[in-house]
Every structure is written in structure tokens, then in C-alpha cells.
Design a protein. Sequence first.
Length: 399
Amino acid sequence: MVEASLDPLMQQKRLQELESAFVEFARMSEGLEASYQALQVQVSDLTEELAAARSERLRHLQEKEQIANQLARLLDALPGGVVVLDQQGEIQTMNPAAQLFFEGISEGQQWEQVLEQQLGQDDPVLEKDLVLRSGRVLERSSSRSQQDEGEILLFSDVTETRKLQHNLNQNRRLASMGEMAASLAHQVRTPLAAALLYISHLEKESLDKDKRLKIAGKLRSRLHHLNGLVKDMLHYARGGSAGNEEIDIEGFVDVLQQTLEEEIKNSLKGAFTVELMAGQESRFVGNRDALLTAIQNLVNNAIDVTEGEVNIIFRLQVLDEEWVQIEVEDDGPGIPKEMQEQIFEPFYTSRARGTGLGLAVVQAVADAHGGEVWVKSALGEGASFGMRIPAAPPAAVVG
């Protein structure tokens, strides 16, 4: 028999192998059980973390939804209009105020087309304003994302504000005119009194011819002063008109030289140089007569201050086809710093025979054209007066 034939040693060896295998199996089972328990702990921890993360995400989503609802209510309650555009300028959404400002506006429309339908014919007071056909004046601001994903337009109704500003400006102008009238009366009284005195001297029969001619010359001088004062006053009053003449720059400079020819010939003891930095067919829009008067005042001012012993450079240039810059530069004695802050004020003058309106006319002309004036000077280094105006009048902002 096979079993009977097994060697007892062999049987003992097999029993030992089975015992070892059982021990190894028991050890592996214990390891698997420990691993399973550890895995269960990890699964439990991950489940808790996932639940916490889900809860936190839900909380964030609820907060974002709450903020979105608050923003939606805020947009609805805003008195200002809000219009959201995409990259192509198409209206994505708007709030009730925008629908009130722009009647008939709807999502999907092109913003440019809406403006064409809504804008009125009146020019805005400020560049950022829109004047609608309804008469409403809106102030516009915008925000565009860096990724160029679109644009958000914000509109504020400033109709009443602009009316108040207009009325305030009118009141200020009336007050200024009252002050100028008082100053003009004071300015006129002195030369007029002198003229009346000279006339009374002329009436004396005992005057010989030489004295009579001398007094007549003084009388003529006072009357010329009065005439200049009235002329400057008229120019100052008319300086508030910008005009819409299309002005050829070369022709403008030719007329200016002809206008100044007699004054330069009779009074200037130095050189008068013209520097024109513009294309041959360059043009701009403005009030030709007012601008000629302003430049003539600047040149005459340089001549009068230095009693003609000065070299004058007139410079005209076009900047980026958008601005016309005019400068009158001299190599005279210069202007003290404290005077430069008041030099453009009406009736401010440092000369006994000055009217105090020449530079005020320059300021008024620049303001009327939507430009600016300046003076650069230092004692002993001459003076440079400049005026910069738009090459074309500002148009209504579109888009």
C-alpha cells in the first residue's frame, strides 16, 4: 500500500511544511486584515473630506448666487443706465434705467445703430456727454476688460446739472461783464479827461501855431488810446465765438503778414521771422478774424513792451493733424513770475498806455475754440506766448 510504504520521516516533513504554510497563511491574513482596516479608515476620512468639500462648495455657490441676486437688484435700482456689449458691439443686456434713457433698446441690437437713432442734433457741452433727441443729456463712462471680452457702458442723467452749469456760467459772465464795465469806465475816464483838457487849451486864442500843434498831437494820442481801448473791448466781447470757417494755413499766414506789415515797418526795430511747420494744403476750422486779432495782439504786445527793440518769431505748426499750435517768441526782457499768473486777466497791464485787454482777448479766443494759452518766460531770457486749438471742432461722441 502506498501510505503504508511512506517513510515516517517523509510524513513528518510534510506535516512540518503544512504547519509552516498554515502559519504563513495566518500571518498574511492578519496583514490583510490590518490593511483592510487601514483602508477603511482612509475611505472614511476621504468620505468625510469629500462631504466637507461638497458642503463648502455648495456654500460658495449659494454665496455667489446671493451676490448675483444682490447685483441684479442693484442694477435694477440704479438711477444710472448700464449697457453690456460683446466684442462685436452687440447689446447683451441692459438695466431698466438704460431702457428709460434709450427708448426701444433691446438685446441683440448693434450699439452704433442705437446711437444713430437716439442722438440729437445739438452738440454736447463736454466731450463725454451724449445729447439725445429727447433733450436728455447723458454723461458716459465705459469699462473694457483686458481680454477684450466686451464693454460695459454706464450712463448718468446730467440734464439738470448741465442746465445749472449753463446758468451759473451765464451769471458769472454777467458778473464779469459788470466788473469789466466798471473797469472800462475807469480806463476811459483818464484819457477822456486829458482829451477834454487839451481841447480847452486849444480853445485859447492866445496859443501860437507850434503849441496848438503840440496840444493837437497829445489830443490825438489820447483819442487813439480811447479808440484802442474800445477796439480791444469789442474784440474781447466777440472772442467768445469759435466760428466754423475752413482756414487754409498758408493763406492765413499771408493775411497775417499783410495785417502786421505796417506795424512791423513803423514800430519794430528788430527782425520778424515766420516759421511755418505744416503741409502745403493743411487746413483747420475756426474764427479767422478772431485768431488774426489774437496773434496781432501777441505781436503788438511784444513790440510795445520792448519799445520795438526786439526780434520776434511767429511759429505755426500742426500737431498730429489734430491740433494747431501758434507761438510768438521774443528775445525781450522777459516777464516776472508773479506777473505771469495774472497777465491774461482783463484790464491787467503793467504799461501806462496799455489797455489791459490784449492778452485777455487771446485767452477768450483760445477758450472759444476749445484750446488753451500759456506763457513761458524768465527775466532776461525773453518770452514765449503760445496758443493751441483743435484743428476741427469737437464732435459728439459716438460708440
